[in-house]
Design a protein around this ligand. Structure first.
Ligand code: ADP
Ligand code: MG
Length: 700
């Protein structure tokens, strides 16, 4: 990997100097002046006029032109919030919804959560006064359950439509339908790329409003040969840019945000004990180590991450202007492709991968994979370098690979994901005939059928495919059907207090423990102190309950190497879930009977069960898929015969995360429609490999 030549040529570029001026000029501008420099500003009047004239409008404009932050404000200023009706704007990602709302409230000069607010899963930052509401597409879908005609809105903007997330795709069908009987509702479908024609056709030939973008030329460089280790190449490229290029000029790097095998970065990080870590975190660590080594010899490099679950206090940092004599490098997931625009980026590094969920209908296995991005995505990424001046994009793949290996467009999520959640939602909205639902691109028939089967096995649908009472209650929870089922099962087993705690800990989707390098031994022994012999679900419960006993102390978290931030979030999620229990009329009861608690887990997650075979390997019960216990699990050194896991992650192998020991009879009790007695026979007479751990039964 060597972009040195390209960088040397670039270093003397006249444009770079011009750009430095324009960047520092920009810093001095007031917020209102900045608003007026955005490309959409020139089209303000035309836009308002077009919205008055048409019910549905397709908007197409380059990323960063001001669609998300400005258009809702223009409509607000033009009086579209008469009678306290709201302007809604959906975003596929939570971080985007939050950061955009923060920005707009600042521009509008009001406190976040008053006139301008946002709503994301487990977090509602709006009030009665909120008139411009940003929300995730998933939250709008949930709002349909309470307000099927969106009566409280005068305008709904489905933003980032080109992302084609599952929820956005379902929204297309729903909003198209309600627009017919709510002629007063204005609908905006906005997108950054060239899908506008397709959206227009879908929305009965709605007119397209184009906002010409301002884009400076971006030089694109490829590697000569394929890179064996893209993280390694990323770090080298960042350092080459930093050491040879004039400032200002920040760097944006696209990573996948996936857990990966540590071995990859062994050159930079010595701690080999840990099997996997978030990719972004590892690159951050490696960069910090590397710059520390170089010390005062180099200018300051500020390393900042941005990804979907980034805590809000860290999000703001991304947008802070870079101090003079320093350079910012932002390690982002594809959230920075179009949803979030960061000013001052001159260099983009694109390894060519992104994380994508996929669902194998045949084996029922669902997991996150790292896949090569599409040409459309690669071009979006490159475009991020040319917003404020000419830029450079370093692609860590060959020109040949770009041409021959990348697909033109990404596959819409609806065609490659488990639809259980969405099917349950649509059924709750009274949409029974899913095959004829108005999809922009319909999902494969096979995945629809699997979703129906799963919901039937969970008891959410009856044999005619109609929603049951259980299904209706499940739909109240903003969780996937397995988790909702687990929560509702806690009524029967009288342990809702414990189950909502476990559900919240599973939902935060962030590390509970941390392991500072200098104190790994202490951290690991603290972590082991929480371990339950029954597995990770009860371990998570332990951590939460111990924290609760200290009255939610931050000090306690520090002493025990527990992430306080994760715990605070679990607390918030838990509060919400408790509120929802009330809605479905479950009185929270508490129990310390671990069997009942685990039976609830199995009630929801009976698909995710694996059995130890005679060769000492785990195979999923139904599909005989080989899986492994994750090294972070409290059961890593045990070998229970039957176990139930929360999810599969793929790093070097297929790992089960958050695992508990169970008994096979529980599966029959939880899912009589799904499992047959024969599948669950315990082969106790088979010889077990030497040194095997105890079975769940012996542990009781
Ligand atoms: P689009 O939706 O067309 O891609 P946006 O409305 O998101 O464009 O962005 C317009 C401008 O607002 C960009 O220059 C961007 O940097 C700025 N901006 C957006 N969010 C924030 C934020 N949270 N803090 C500071 N600036 C922001
Ligand atoms: Mg936008």
């Amino acid at each position: 990997i060597d972009f040195i030549q390209a960088l040397q040529m670039a270093g003397t570029n006249q444009d770079d100097q011009e750009q430095q001026v324009s960047l520092s000029e920009k810093r001095k501008m007031t917020i209102q002046e900045t608003r007026r420099t955005l490309p959409v500003y020139a089209f303000r009047e035309d836009f308002i006029k077009a919205v008055h004239e048409h019910q549905v409008l397709i908007i197409e404009g380059e990323t960063g032109s001001g669609k998300t932050t400005q258009l809702p404000q223009y409509l607000y200023e033009a009086g579209f919030c008469k009678d306290m009706k709201r302007i809604g704007c959906t975003q596929p990602r939570r971080v985007a919804a939050m950061s955009v709302a923060a920005r707009v409230s600042e521009e509008a000069g009001c406190k976040l959560g008053s006139t301008v607010g946002y709503s994301i899963r487990f977090e509602d930052c709006t009030s009665e006064k909120t008139l411009i509401k940003y929300m995730t597409d998933g939250m709008l879908l949930r709002e349909f359950l309470n307000e099927p005609d969106l009566a409280s809105y005068s305008v709904m903007m489905i933003d980032e439509a080109h992302e084609r997330t599952l929820h956005t795709d379902v929204l297309f069908g729903l909003v198209k339908d309600i627009a017919r009987f709510r002629p007063d509702l204005k609908l905006l479908i906005s997108s950054a790329t060239l899908d506008a024609e397709k959206f227009s056709t879908f929305f009965d030939d709605a007119p397209i409003f184009r906002i010409p973008g301002r884009r400076f030329p971006v030089d694109i460089y490829y590697t000569q040969a394929p890179e064996a280790d893209y993280l390694d190449a990323t770090i080298v490229t960042i350092m080459q840019i930093h050491l040879t290029q004039p400032m200002p000029g920040d760097i944006l790097v696209f990573l996948t945000g996936k857990f990966f095998s540590r071995v990859l970065l062994s050159k930079f990080i010595n701690d080999q004990k840990r099997e996997s870590q978030e990719e972004i975190e590892s690159v951050m660590e490696a960069l910090i180590e590397k710059t520390k080594m170089l010390g005062k010899k180099i200018k300051e490099l500020i390393v900042l991450p941005i990804y979907a679950n980034l805590p809000s206090d860290l999000q703001a940092k991304i947008f802070e202007p870079t101090p003079p004599n320093a350079r910012k490098v932002i390690l982002a997931t594809n959230i920075a492709e179009t949803s979030v625009t960061i000013d001052g980026i001159v260099y983009v590094i694109d390894p060519g991968f992104s994380k994508q969920n996929s669902f194998d209908a045949r084996s029922g296995v669902e997991h996150l994979h790292v896949v090569t991005i599409s040409k459309a995505a690669a071009n979006q990424r490159a475009g991020r370098a040319g917003r404020t001046g000419p830029g450079k994009c370093f692609r860590l793949y060959t020109a040949w690979a770009y041409k021959h290996e990348l697909e033109d467009q990404p596959i819409p999520e609806i065609q490659r994901t488990n639809l259980g959640n969405v099917v349950l939602m649509l059924k709750s909205l009274g949409i029974h005939d899913l095959v004829h639902f108005d999809f922009l691109d319909p999902p494969p028939q096979e995945t629809l059928v699997i979703a129906l089967e799963q919901l039937y096995a969970l008891g959410a649908l009856n044999h005619r495919g109609e929603l049951t009472k259980l299904g209706r209650r499940m739909a109240e929870f903003p969780c996937d059907p397995c988790m909702s089922k687990m929560i509702i099962a806690s009524e029967k087993y009288e342990c809702s207090e414990e189950i909502v705690t476990i559900a919240s800990m599973l939902s935060v989707n962030a590390a509970v423990f941390y392991r500072p390098k200098a104190m790994i031994i202490h951290a690991d022994s603290a972590r082991k102190g929480f371990w339950s012999q029954y597995g990770d679900h009860l371990t998570l419960l332990n951590v939460y309950n111990k924290w609760k006993e200290t009255n939610y102390s931050q000090q306690w978290c520090m002493e025990n190497f527990v992430q306080h931030r994760t715990m605070r979030r679990a607390y918030d999620v838990r509060e919400q879930l408790v509120g929802l229990l009330e809605r479905v009329e479950i009185e929270p009861k508490s129990s310390n009977n671990h069997i009942n608690i685990l039976k609830c887990v199995v009630s929801g997650y009976f698909y995710n069960c694996a059995k130890l075979d005679s060769g000492g390997h785990y195979k999923t019960v139904k599909h005989k898929h080989t899986v492994h216990i994750h090294p972070n699990s409290s059961l890593f050194e045990e070998t229970p015969r039957w176990l139930c896991y929360f999810e599969l992650v793929f790093t070097s192998k297929e790992f089960m995360r958050e695992i508990s020991t169970i008994e096979s009879q529980w599966l029959l009790e939880a899912a009589p429609h799904y499992y047959k007695g024969k599948e669950l026979e315990d082969s106790t007479n088979k010889k077990m490999p030497k040194g095997r751990g105890k079975s769940a039964k012996e542990l009781q």
